[in-house]
Design a protein around this ligand. Structure first.
Ligand code: NAP
Length: 249
């Protein structure tokens, strides 16, 4: 059976590293992106250059029609997925809760929570044995900010921390709900990783500033997280698990 993995937000950062690694594990890879087609195309090209199979597919994960279209496109071009990585996510400018607008919080929840729910729904309908599928794996990309040890986003983005807390709960609940469908659901909780997300949230220096508080003495690289994601995608007897990949914080 062909292994097919869809990585949301696969065009840059952690998602891009995961796409490249998944191809090495023998997956045909659907590289989802929101607006940066050039970056997604570059990942597809790199996979194809090494003899792998990949497809760039645009969708805003917060938009139900986009998500439905994305899965249908992947069905047609690569075949039904056997693994989903719910990776796409956003942060916003540093803000205290006292200053947060409803629009900001709603957007955060739409992309970081509603998106993974919609993608999980479409994945279950394809992978679940009760739907005629072969079973499969869902790996959710949460964050150290989801729980107290990671600070919950206090002082800068509790909306983000709360969205990742919801991902943790989704992971726990869904792992139980779809176990009999032979779908495993796990999560990685990265600490600070060197990607463009920090600049997009108005904190370009965050990796540099975070370094000194990390026991291993460095921030994570996207490949560090991709490794953990691939482990969870492949680990056949692991479900409902959280892997903290944070340098020992
Ligand atoms: P990044 O470098 O900013 O990349 C974000 C990716 O998500 C891009 O591929 C982007 O697509 C895509 N994306 C954004 N909004 C989207 C939407 N509405 N629909 C579909 N795709 C969308 O981010 P990253 O640092 O790799 O983060 C990846 C995940 O890891 C996120 O869930 C983040 O919360 C989590 N995480 C990151 C860190 C960290 O320190 N970096 C730590 C903990 C957790 P375009 O290229 O088209 O814009």
């Amino acid at each position: 059976m062909d292994k097919v993995m869809l990585v949301t937000g696969g065009s840059r950062g952690i998602g891009a590293a995961t796409c490249l690694m998944a191809a090495k594990y023998g997956y045909a890879v659907a590289v989802n992106y929101h607006s940066n087609q050039e970056a997604a195309d570059a990942i597809v090209k790199a996979i194809e250059k090494d003899g792998g199979k990949a497809l760039a597919v645009q969708a805003d994960v917060a938009n139900e029609q986009d998500v439905v279209r994305m899965f249908a496109t992947v069905d047609d071009e690569l075949g039904p997925i056997t693994a989903l990585v719910n990776n796409a996510g956003i942060v916003d400018q540093p803000s205290k809760v006292a200053d947060m607008s409803a629009e900001r919080v709603a957007r955060m929840m739409s992309v970081n929570v509603v998106g993974p729910f919609l993608c999980a729904r479409e994945a279950i309908r394809r992978m679940g044995t009760s739907y005629g599928g072969p079973g499969g794996a869902i790996v959710n990309v949460s964050s150290a900010a989801s729980h107290a040890a990671g600070g919950g986003g206090a002082g800068t983005y509790i909306d983000y921390g709360a969205s990742k807390g919801a991902i943790d709960t989704l992971t726990e609940g869904l792992a139980k709900e779809v176990a009999s469908d032979q779908i495993r659901v796990n999560a990685v909780r990265p600490g600070v990783v060197d990607t463009e997300i920090h600049a997009s949230g108005g904190q370009p220096d965050k990796p540099e500033q975070a370094k000194s508080a990390i026991p291993l003495g460095r921030v994570g690289q996207p490949e560090d997280i991709a490794e953990a994601i691939m482990y969870l995608a492949e680990a056949k007897f692991t479900t409902g698990a959280f892997l903290d990949v944070d340098g020992g914080v």
